[in-house]
Design a protein. Structure first.
Length: 637
């Protein structure tokens, strides 16, 4: 039984298994199909739900851009403009960056009243903490546009969205994709230029680490006809006490009242013409800098007799550079175009002046540097150093390099004091010149001591080339020359204790070198082509030494007037003259050595002489009428 059962099992069991397997396969296929259906339904349903989910939308009536976040409140900038009742515009909440340095400023939302029957320009006002504002004029520099709204008599007609958040007015995109922002509110002038590598090159960045205050952001028009003075002063008022950069973009500017630089301001003047009805800038704080773009590009001009740049009080550490200043070319009085009074450690360089009563006027200047200054057509003097009347007016320890004071109706360069209490002292001039002026070239008046003049020139002035009435100055390699039609002396020395090293003089009329003072020393003088006298010692001259030199031409080599005494002339080579020495009257203890000469005089000769020289006594006194110099001493014959 068991065997049969086992047998039957062995036979029947495979069939049952096949049947059961077949049934399981059918069930599996149905199960897989059902699973695929369910899974597909789930995926489809999920996509359907996602497709129907709420997306960020642009407000009604606005264009739908691929990036529309700028129209969604809560995502900068906000300020969505919509029509309210009547002439009211509603603005939603928004956030803007405002100020210098910029900080986020939030706006809770609100409304603005519009002007009827016109186009209203809605913007954020940087001058008022970026609050929304309305104007009937077009958007101005520095404003952040929101919308242009056309209003009818009683309701809003249309709203044009103008929120260009990523390129605020007045930035302009160039054809190459560059962005030029000629004025960005109180931010700096900046240009972004594609470099060709996907990066942008930042150029024309005026901010060098400090705060920049663009005058246009404070209302300056820079059109040359609108008075910008109040806007400019507002920018200075907005600066912190530590100062900042006052930036003028290129353009023309009218300044109706003086700008007070009462903080350590760096004034950056762009290319253009700045016209002042009186003074343009008054400096009353130390550390002020006025910087232009160059003497051919930045022009300050006035028709008044006031200074264009003036100082008030005692100021230090100033800088004035790269400017051209112009003023009137006629008048009986006035100021310097640059008028510096009581200044210390200033730098004035790369300056040109045209006109003005003085080009540059200094009264009370100490340890300052003046270089590359060109003055022309100054009425009284191109450069004046005025030692004033007291210690605060002293002009001391200043350096002047490459100063050219020429082509004016007055003097070229003048050094003077107004009383015995004033002082011009220890100043140094290098490589400077004063030519073709209507008066004296270099006029060095009653100054006391220590000036140095090195390689300085005076040519073709109307009066004396060098008039040296001051004392204790040092002159190295100075040059004096009359024009082709001589009319005046070249070098006139009436002061005392001056030293000259290799001075040169040409075509003086009548004298190349005239000395009437005392204790002056002249070394290696070179003179030629004087109309009359190469060297002239006047009747008041005494104790002067002229040691070595060369003179040629003229009528007389050395003329010594009656009354001149205790002068010494040694080792002068004289050639090409009619008379080498003309010694008149009583020659008291004068020594003339180095070359034989023939001269006449009253009384017996005194002092040393050059062996071989002859002296003819004209008064018929006792002893002899003829003296011969033998072994350096006069011997009666």
């Amino acid at each position: 039984m068991v065997k049969i059962m086992n047998y039957e099992f062995k036979k029947v069991s495979p069939m049952k298994c096949a049947t059961r397997t077949l049934r399981f396969d059918r069930f599996s296929r149905h199960l897989v199909a059902a699973s695929v259906f369910v899974l597909s339904f789930i995926i489809y349903n999920s996509q359907f739900r996602i497709a129907l989910a709420q997306q960020p939308q642009a407000p009604a009536g606005t264009p739908l851009y691929s990036v529309n976040a700028k129209y969604v409140n809560g995502m900068a900038p906000g300020y969505w403009p919509t029509a309210g009742s009547g002439l009211t515009l509603s603005l939603s909440a928004g956030t803007a960056y405002c100020g210098n340095p910029p900080v986020p400023v939030s706006y809770p939302g609100g409304s603005l009243a519009l002007v009827a029957s016109t186009t209203n320009y809605i913007y954020l006002d940087p001058a008022n903490n970026c609050s929304p504002a309305v104007s009937t004029s077009t958007f101005s520099a520095g404003q952040i546009p929101i919308a242009k709204v056309v209003a009818g008599a009683s309701s809003i007609t249309s709203i044009t969205d103008a929120r260009t958040w990523f390129a605020p007015q007045p930035c302009v995109a160039g054809s190459a994709g560059d962005i030029h922002c000629t004025s960005m509110g109180t931010n700096q002038n900046i240009t972004l230029t594609p470099s060709g590598t996907g990066a942008s090159v930042v150029t024309n960045l005026e901010d060098k680490g400090g705060q920049v205050f663009n005058v246009k952001a404070y209302g300056a028009k820079m059109d040359g006809t609108t008075d910008d003075a109040s806007a400019i002063q507002a920018a200075i008022i907005a600066m912190p006490s530590a100062g900042g950069t006052l930036f003028f973009p290129s353009g023309n500017c009218l300044i109706g009242t003086p700008i007070s630089l009462n903080k350590p301001v760096r004034v950056v003047l762009g290319a253009g013409t700045y016209t002042a009805t009186s003074t343009a800038f008054t400096i009353s704080h130390s550390g002020v800098q006025i910087v232009g773009k160059g003497t051919q590009t930045t022009i300050l001009q006035t028709t008044s007799t006031s200074a264009l740049i003036d100082t008030s009080g005692n100021t230090q550490g100033g800088l004035i550079t790269d400017l051209h200043l112009t003023g009137p070319t006629t008048g009986a009085s006035g100021s310097g175009l640059i008028n510096l009074v009581n200044v210390n450690s200033y730098r004035v360089n790369r300056i040109a002046t045209t006109g003005g009563y003085y080009g540059v006027y200094l009264r009370g200047s100490y340890m300052s540097n003046y270089s590359n200054i060109v003055t022309s057509q100054a009425i009284s003097a191109g450069l004046l150093l005025d030692g004033g009347t007291g210690i605060v007016d002293y002009v001391q320890v200043n350096t002047f390099r490459n100063v050219d004071a020429s082509n004016g109706p007055g003097k070229g360069i003048e050094l003077t004091v107004e009383s015995s209490s004033g002082l011009v002292d220890a100043n140094a001039f290098y490589d400077s010149e004063s030519n073709t002026n209507g008066d004296i070239g270099w006029d060095i008046q009653n100054t006391e001591g220590g000036q140095i003049f090195y390689n300085c020139i005076a040519v073709n002035n109307t009066n004396t080339e060098w008039n040296i009435a001051g004392n204790s100055n040092r002159f190295f390699f100075i040059h004096a020359e009359n024009g082709s039609t001589p009319s005046h002396n070249d070098i006139v020395v009436s002061g005392n204790e001056n030293d000259f090293f290799q001075p040169r003089a040409y075509r003086g009329d009548p004298d190349n070198l005239q000395i009437s003072g005392k204790y002056n020393d002249v070394y290696s003088f070179q003179g030629s082509s004087a109309v009359t006298n190469e060297i002239h010692l006047t009747s008041t001259s005494s104790y002067n030494n002229i040691l070595s030199g060369y003179v040629a031409g003229g009528s007389v080599g050395v003329l010594e007037d009656s009354g001149a005494q205790w002068n010494s002339i040694r080792h002068i080579l004289i050639t090409g003259v009619t008379t080498k020495f003309s010694l008149s009257g009583s020659q008291t203890a004068n020594q003339i050595t180095g070359q034989p000469f023939v001269t006449t005089g009253s009384g017996a000769p005194a002092g040393g002489c050059t062996t071989g020289s002859l002296y003819l006594r004209s008064d018929g006194g006792g002893g002899s009428t003829l003296y011969v110099c033998e072994s350096g001493a006069w011997v009666a014959k």
